[in-house]
Design a protein around this ligand. Structure first.
Ligand code: C2E
Ligand code: MG
Ligand code: MG
Ligand code: MG
Length: 291
C-alpha cells in the first residue's frame, strides 16, 4: 500500500522500530498478553450496496485498547504482531469473534449480512489456515458464504508459500475472497486472473482523489470496468463525501464503505445502529430477509 495508509503505517512502525529496545520489548510483551487481558476489540464498518443503499456487510477491524496508551490502531501494532508471529493468535481471535458477531446479527435482524476479515501474509502461509477457518465457521454457526476473507494485493503469490493452495482451499470451503487495497500492488492483473476472488476493493488512495485527480478517476473507472468484465464485484473503500458516491454510482461500482456512511464502530454501537435502521426502514430490510 505504497500510496495510502501503508506509508503512514510504515512510518509509524519505523518510529517504533527506532525506539529503545526496551520499549519495544515492553510493547511486545504487552501485545503478547493483550488477548488474554481482554484488550483486543473488533470494530465493524458497514458496507453499503450502491443501488439499494442497504447494508449488505461489514468489515471487521481490530483495535487494541492498551491500559495506558489508549486505543491503538492496527496500522501501528499489526506490523509488530506479524514480525513476532503474534498475528496468528490475534488473527484467529478476530476471525472467531467476527463470525460469532455476524451470526448473532443475522439471527437478530434476519439479514444475509456478510462479514469481511483481513488476513495477514503470515496467516496465509500457514498450512493449518483452512482448517482453522472451517472450525471458526462451524463453532459460530455462520454459513461459509457469509464470510469474506480479505487478502491485500501487496502479498505476492511468489513470496508466500501455500498462498494459492490456501486460497483454493478456503474457496472450496465456500468462503468468499476479496482482494484488498486493489491498485497499490504490482500484480493487479495477474492477481485478478489467478485468485479465486469474488470481489475487489479499490484502495482508498484512488477513491480519495475522485473530483481531484482525473488520472485517479480514470483508474477507478477502468478498475470497475475490468472487474466487471471478469465477473468480479467491486467495493470502493474510503468513500468520504457525496461526490465520491455520485461518481462511483455513475460508474456502476457495486458497494461502498467509508466515513460518508459510517466510521468503524464497536460491536455494541454497530448493533444499536442496525436496530435503529430496522426501526426506521423495517419494511425494506424485511424484503431482504432470509426465508
Ligand atoms: P484495510 O483492510 O484496507 O481497512 C480499511 C481502513 O480504512 C481501516 O483502517 C478503516 O478504518 C479505514 N477507513 C474506512 N473508511 C474510511 C474513510 O472514509 N476514510 C479514511 N481515511 N479511512 C477509512 P484501520 O481500521 O485503521 O485498519 C488499517 C489496516 O489494518 C487495514 O486496512 C488492514 O490492512 C489492517 N487490519 C485491520 N484489522 C486487521 C486484522 O484483524 N487483521 C489483519 N491482518 N489486518 C488488519
Ligand atoms: Mg480490509
Ligand atoms: Mg483496504
Ligand atoms: Mg488499506
Amino acid at each position: 500500500n505504497a500510496k495510502g495508509m501503508g506509508r503512514n503505517n510504515y512510518q509509524v512502525y519505523q518510529a517504533v522500530s527506532e525506539e529503545s529496545n526496551q520499549q519495544r520489548i515492553a510493547l511486545e510483551s504487552n501485545l503478547r498478553k493483550a488477548e488474554d487481558n481482554g484488550e483486543l476489540r473488533v470494530y465493524y464498518q458497514p458496507q453499503i450496496d450502491v443501488e439499494s443503499e442497504d447494508i449488505v456487510g461489514m468489515e471487521a477491524l481490530v483495535r487494541w485498547e492498551h491500559p495506558e496508551l489508549g486505543m491503538i490502531s492496527p496500522g501501528f501494532f499489526i506490523p509488530l504482531a506479524e514480525e513476532t508471529g503474534l498475528i496468528v493468535g490475534i488473527g484467529e481471535w478476530v476471525l472467531r469473534t467476527a463470525c460469532a458477531d455476524a451470526y448473532a446479527w443475522q439471527q437478530r435482524y434476519g439479514l444475509r449480512l456478510r462479514v469481511g476479515v483481513n488476513l495477514s501474509a503470515v496467516q496465509l502461509r500457514q498450512k493449518s489456515l483452512p482448517k482453522m477457518v472451517a472450525d471458526a465457521l462451524s463453532s459460530s454457526g455462520l454459513d461459509p458464504s457469509s464470510l469474506e476473507l480479505e487478502v491485500t494485493e501487496s502479498i505476492s503469490v511468489k513470496s508466500v508459500t501455500n498462498l494459492m493452495e490456501n486460497l483454493d482451499a478456503l474457496h472450496e470451503i465456500g468462503c468468499q475472497i476479496a482482494i484488498d487495497d486493489f491498485g497499490t500492488g504490482h500484480a493487479s492483473l495477474d492477481y485478478l486472473r489467478r485468485l479465486p476472488a469474488r470481489r475487489i476493493k479499490i484502495d482508498q488512495s484512488f477513491v480519495r482523489n475522485i473530483g481531484v485527480d482525473p488520472d485517479d478517476e480514470a483508474i477507478v473507472k477502468a478498475t470497475i470496468d475490468m472487474a466487471h468484465s471478469l465477473k468480479r464485484d467491486v467495493v470502493a473503500e474510503g468513500v468520504e463525501i457525496e461526490p465520491h458516491l455520485r461518481f462511483l454510482r455513475e460508474h456502476h461500482c457495486d458497494e461502498v464503505q467509508g466515513y460518508l456512511f459510517c466510521r468503524p464502530l464497536p460491536a455494541q454501537a454497530f448493533d444499536r445502529m442496525m436496530a435503529e435502521r430496522q426501526r426506521l426502514f423495517g419494511r425494506r430490510i424485511e424484503s431482504d430477509a432470509i426465508g
